[in-house]
Write a protein that binds this ligand. Structure first.
Ligand SMILES: Cc1cc2nc3c(=O)[nH]c(=O)nc-3n(C[C@H](O)[C@H](O)[C@H](O)COP(=O)(O)OP(=O)(O)OC[C@H]3O[C@@H](n4cnc5c(N)ncnc54)[C@H](O)[C@@H]3O)c2cc1C
Length: 43
């Protein structure tokens, strides 16, 4: 069973962390929870 990673916050750091985690483990299931209307708006 593949591992799951949940990231809170979709600003700059969240998507960067998601990409880095997937590079390390391509089978990782990554979810990003963002309370605002936009994702990665500050990157
Ligand atoms: C006025 C201002 C101008 C700036 N201008 C620049 C610039 O021109 N260039 C530059 O490089 N940097 C700029 N910065 C800095 C840049 O915005 C930050 O360095 C960067 O946004 C930090 O990213 P972060 O992902 O760490 O945090 P954030 O961008 O704060 O992202 C955190 C995210 O988490 C979400 N969140 C919080 N709590 C929850 C929750 N409970 N559930 C779900 N989601 C949640 C928030 O909605 C947010 O989207 C500026 C900052 C400010 C304040």
């Amino acid at each position: 069973m593949s591992k799951k990673l949940v990231i809170i916050g979709g600003g700059a750091a969240g998507p960067s962390a998601a990409a880095e985690a997937r590079r390390g483990d391509p089978s990782l299931k990554v979810s990003i929870l963002e309370k605002g209307a936009f994702v990665s708006y500050s990157a």
